[in-house]
Design a protein around this ligand. Structure first.
Ligand code: SAH
Ligand code: SF4
Ligand code: F3S
Length: 470
């Protein structure tokens, strides 16, 4: 796994606790502790929650022991993600016994999926707040403080939290997430997100550009535009009679400064347009990296998954990307053992991997989620050990591909945005190249937040190693 991951749903970051914002000198009367699970959108939501809580006099702490309020911002994407949260909640329940007044709340996708269950049946928490209800947190906390069970899991068709400036938690001061939309209108048969996040809605372009500009002025040099399906971004400005698509938005954010890098995640193969690829080609600061989840390489399975593209369509998209952006980094998500998947379907997935030769892949065994199309319509009939064996094969092939992709970069020179000191050595810095690969090099006099040209001399499976050249 790379040192820094760039995607909307990386569970390796499960349970990350946030630190207070550097330089915050306000005096707070109470403390909150928040742990985030799941995708980057959830992490970004925790920053919105922090902003709302700061205004209420709650300061962030990294130490749950000294908090008045503990919040878990949760993920429902796979069963395992939910189990991890349950374990954590049980631990906090024990703490509650010894500390009167100590409140525990569950936010995010599990709150939305399970609604009152944690409050009423399991009696694990004091607060349950769904992803579209964070503005009501102050009122809910007040209710909970008086001993009432506080819950708001209403989903909204409009809420984008556009006017709330996220408080950058755990920030390196160089890279930041900017949510450009919420929810998802696709109905991939395996996926719980449309149920936990509601209908898709795009945030207005002005607040996005203002947030990115503000980040740049505060020293940030990279923004990742976030959405479950960024390519369907669509904003209509009736006053100006203007319609902004994702390609248009990319161009506008890119125009803020050539020194501000733009990334985005996630693209749906059915929606990414040539216009987006041309915008990427036109602007050097829009990074040549696309996360294009394939899920399966079998057309039959893709149809069952309701992904609305075929294996051939996907491969043509890959061709088009390579044609317009020859040095573009490409990553994907793959699910093994989806309902009815045969050995032949699995071989098709391996073949598409050979074709696309991904630089990075996130691979999962299918986990049935209650309420999804697949749970209602199909049988989860691939035995667990078959799912796991196929997953192991997919992972092994991917390992070979990433290593080859890293080796091909040895000898090349890349522009690298420095993000900080390497985790492995105080004497080294690390950053990423355009294609999102982590690059480590000796420190010299170089500073975080600046660009350097690095010539690659060696690599590991996850990291390029090099030296700064003029
Ligand atoms: N919006 C993004 C992904 C959201 S979920 C997209 O459309 O690609 C992130 C990834 O988790 C998915 O791409 C999928 O590979 C995986 N995933 C989602 N539901 C899953 C399930 N029920 N079991 C296993 N993996 C799942
Ligand atoms: Fe889930 Fe599909 Fe929406 Fe992605 S596009 S969030 S996989 S329903
Ligand atoms: Fe994200 Fe997990 Fe919800 S992936 S949208 S936090 S289910």
């Amino acid at each position: 796994m790379l040192e820094i991951v760039d995607k909307t749903h990386d569970e390796s970051r499960q349970g990350e606790a946030v630190a207070p914002q550097a330089g915050d000198t306000r005096v707070y009367t109470k403390k909150f502790y928040i742990e985030s699970y799941g995708c980057q959108m959830n992490f970004n939501d925790s920053e919105i929650v922090a902003s709302i809580l700061n205004k209420e006099g709650f300061g962030a702490t990294r130490n749950a022991e000294e908090a008045d309020l503990v919040l878990l911002n949760t993920c429902s994407i796979r069963e395992k993600a939910e189990q991890t949260v349950r374990k954590r909640l049980t631990e906090f329940k024990k703490t509650k016994k010894n500390r009167p007044g100590f409140l525990v709340g569950v936010l995010g996708c599990m709150a939305e999926r399970l609604k009152a269950q944690f409050l009423e049946q399991e009696k694990l928490v004091d607060l349950v707040v769904g992803p579209d209800a964070y503005r009501t947190l102050p009122a809910l906390i007040e209710e909970a403080e008086t001993g009432q069970k506080a819950i708001n899991v209403l989903l909204s068709r409009e809420e984008t939290y556009a006017d709330i400036s996220p408080v950058r938690l755990n920030s390196n001061g160089v890279t930041a997430f900017v949510s450009i939309m919420r929810g998802c209108n696709n109905m991939c048969a395996f996926c719980v997100v449309p149920f936990t996040r509601g209908r898709e809605r795009s945030r207005d372009q002005y607040s996005i550009i203002a947030e990115a500009t503000d980040l740049f002025e505060n020293g940030y040099r990279e923004v990742t535009l976030l959405g479950q399906n960024v390519d369907s971004y669509y904003f209509v400005d009736e006053q100006k009679d203007e319609t902004v698509t994702f390609a248009g938005l990319l161009e506008k954010v890119a125009a803020i400064s050539p020194l501000l890098r733009i990334r985005f995640s996630t693209s749906h193969p059915k929606d990414i347009t040539d216009d987006v690829l041309f915008a990427m080609a036109r602007h050097e600061n829009i990074c040549n990296y696309i996360h294009l989840p394939v899920q399966s390489g079998s057309t039959r399975i893709l149809q069952l998954m309701n992904r609305t593209y075929t294996r051939e369509w996907y491969m043509k998209k890959v061709d088009r990307i390579r044609e317009i952006l020859p040095d573009c980094g490409l990553s994907t998500d793959i699910i093994t053992g989806f309902c009815t998947e045969t050995e032949e379907d699995h071989q098709d997935t391996l073949a598409v991997m050979e074709y696309a030769h991904y630089d990075l892949a996130y691979m999962f065994a299918y986990s049935e989620r209650p309420g999804t199309l697949a749970a209602r319509r199909y049988q989860d009939d691939v035995p667990e050990e078959v799912k796991k064996r196929r997953l192991a094969e997919v992972v092994a092939l991917h390992r070979r591909h990433t290593l080859e992709s890293m080796q091909q970069d040895v000898g090349k020179t890349f522009s690298v945005l420095i993000e900080g000191v390497s985790k492995r050595s105080e004497d080294d810095l690390f950053g990423r190249n355009d294609q999102n690969k982590v690059v480590v090099f000796p420190k010299g006099n170089h500073q975080k937040g600046t660009y350097v040209k690095v010539k690659i001399e060696a690599c590991t499976a996850g990291t390029l190693l090099g030296k700064v050249v003029d």
